[in-house]
Design a protein around this ligand. Structure first.
Ligand code: SAM
Length: 246
């Protein structure tokens, strides 16, 4: 079918791909992929030989008009990222916005995303959550961002790199207080693990350990969900809220 198809791909376990994802990839005129080598391996695994084109941060400006032109000429294009759902901390948002502006049909072929895979195994509230993606890499900016998120009444979901997770936990404990948290690592893969505990305890443990390996999602309980001691930032926020109510 002509149009732009946003196709979710596995986040580790190659079996996590839908029948519809496979048939969409097979039927497309081309698959736009973040890293064509990664996607080539996936397509080869399923015997799919659709041509690949690279679409990533560094060539998006140049490639977007080409892809739009093909779509306007009636092509069926699939967009995938290296793993999970495209556009979620991955390229594609501008392409989708531009396609929609030009009346091109955009469809979602849903499937895995590390966000929901982690949320549902974390053991933290799932009724409301806030996906932040990657926090800033410098501690000052990271703490400032965390302070902005401190009052959000839902589970916080972050992507984090293994080399930064220890410092990030320190900052989270300092700004958010001793909330319940979970570190979901290597989901759907051989060494999948979920570590649960309070932010300060997790921070103290990781300080002593070798940096973990693999891919990580960090999840933090909403304020007031447990018997945590409120951090200074939270007390300030609560005071401000109380004063604003009067
Ligand atoms: N679009 C992707 C999705 O929907 O899952 C996310 C892309 S983002 C660039 C990559 C980050 O997702 C990793 O740094 C890690 O935080 C998280 N991630 C991806 N796969 C994961 C897995 N199998 N287990 C845990 N976290 C994962």
């Amino acid at each position: 079918e002509p149009g732009l198809h946003l196709v979710a791909t596995p986040i580790g376990n190659l079996k996590d791909i839908s029948f519809r994802a496979l048939s969409t990839l097979a039927a497309a005129d081309a698959v736009a992929a973040e890293d064509t080598r990664v996607t080539k391996t996936l397509l080869a695994h399923y015997g799919i030989s659709t041509p690949l084109v690279a679409y990533h941060e560094h060539n998006a400006q140049v490639m977007r008009p080409h892809l739009i032109a093909r779509l306007e000429a009636g092509a069926a294009l699939a967009l995938v990222s290296d793993a999970g759902t495209p556009l979620i901390s991955d390229p594609g948002y501008r392409l989708v916005a531009e396609a929609l502006e030009r009346g091109i049909k955009v469809t979602s072929v849903p499937g895995p995303s590390a966000v929901l895979a982690a949320l549902v195994v974390a053991g933290l509230p799932t009724d409301r959550f806030f996906f932040e993606g990657f926090l800033p890499s410098k501690s000052g900016a990271r703490r400032a961002r965390l302070a902005e998120l401190a009052r959000i009444p839902g589970t916080l979901v972050f992507f984090e790199s293994p080399r930064r997770i220890a410092e990030t936990l320190e900052d989270c404990a300092a700004v958010l207080g001793s909330r319940e948290a979970a570190i979901a690592r290597e989901l759907t893969k051989l060494y999948e693990s979920v570590r649960r505990g309070r932010l300060d305890a997790l921070a103290a443990a990781l300080r002593e350990e070798e940096p973990p390996r693999g891919e990580i999602v960090l999840l933090i309980a909403p304020p007031g969900a447990g018997a945590e001691e409120a951090s200074e930032a939270e007390l300030d926020a609560q005071l401000e809220a109380a004063l604003a109510d009067h």
